[in-house]
Design a protein around this ligand. Structure first.
Ligand code: NAP
Length: 236
């Protein structure tokens, strides 16, 4: 039977790569987007089983409506990938309560809401939270809000794995640097310095992370649960 998959923030970057892998596997994929409707539509045009769904994951009503649409159209959900996130890097002194809250609401509380409401239509299956090595290592105080959200997401993963066992596996993937829009403002000097810390001497392509997500959602990963899988090219 085709799996029904919800991927948040799947209009661009890693989320779009993950969506295409599931679609290539003939799964039914709900491509959540917030602002990038055109990008989401481009994926839909290429895949008959892609369904686009607008929603801000930080808004409870949007998440409820998104899950309700899936319930009405498919009756159930098999896989959730909590991928939507924002970064708002700045000097620590320039950060505000509002900017910090927005990062937490999108990256952490959004994942909680999608897991909470999505679970209501999951009898079994897999939830994969896209964390980051920033949620484990601490190197960049200008992203302390983002790092806190990802550390929180790892904790959420462990707790939901307990709560949803034994029928639903919950894991996190923690990528290192990826070539996506999230890093488009980085200058070459910074990128070169970061690449020096990576054994593979380069950022990941989104497809390289997507393949790990696809594996964790598969039967081949049936005994991986409550885990955080680093995919960072050997970041030191
Ligand atoms: P990206 O290129 O900036 O794309 C972010 C995606 O999240 C977009 O599709 C965006 O949708 C969506 N999004 C943002 N806020 C949203 C909201 N409130 N509701 C719904 N969707 C929302 O980022 P990326 O690099 O692909 O990142 C994907 C995941 O990998 C994130 O969890 C990120 O933290 C993680 N990650 C990235 C890196 C990296 O180096 N890039 C490293 C480690 C982990 P719209 O454009 O439609 O608004």
């Amino acid at each position: 039977m085709d799996r029904v998959v919800l991927i948040t923030g799947a209009s661009r970057g890693l989320g779009a790569s993950i969506a295409k892998l599931f679609l290539d596997n003939n799964d039914i994929v709900y491509i959540n987007y917030n602002n990038s409707r055109e990008e989401a539509l481009k994926i839909k045009h290429n895949y008959s089983k892609a369904i686009i769904v607008k929603g801000d994951v930080s808004k409870e009503l949007d998440v409820k409506e998104m899950v309700d649409k899936i319930r009405l159209e498919q009756g159930h959900l098999d896989v959730i990938v909590n991928n939507a996130a924002i970064a708002d890097d700045s000097l620590v002194e320039d950060k505000t309560k509002e900017s910090f809250s927005k990062v937490l609401e999108t990256n952490l509380i959004g994942a909680f809401l999608v897991a909470k409401y999505g679970k209501k239509i999951m009898d079994s299956g897999v939830i994969i939270n896209i964390a980051s090595t920033n949620g484990i290592d601490t190197n960049y105080p200008y992203s302390l809000d983002y790092d806190a959200s990802k550390a929180g997401l790892i904790s959420l993963t462990h707790n939901l794995a307990i709560e949803y066992a034994p029928n639903i596996r919950v894991n996190a993937v923690a990528p290192g640097w990826i070539n996506t829009d999230m890093n488009k403002e980085l200058d070459k000097e910074f990128i070169d310095k970061e690449c020096d810390k990576i054994l593979l001497k380069r950022f990941a392509e989104p497809e390289e992370i997507a393949k790990v997500v696809f594996f964790i959602a598969s039967e081949a990963a049936s005994y991986i649960n409550g885990s955080v899988i680093r995919v960072d090219g050997g970041l030191k």
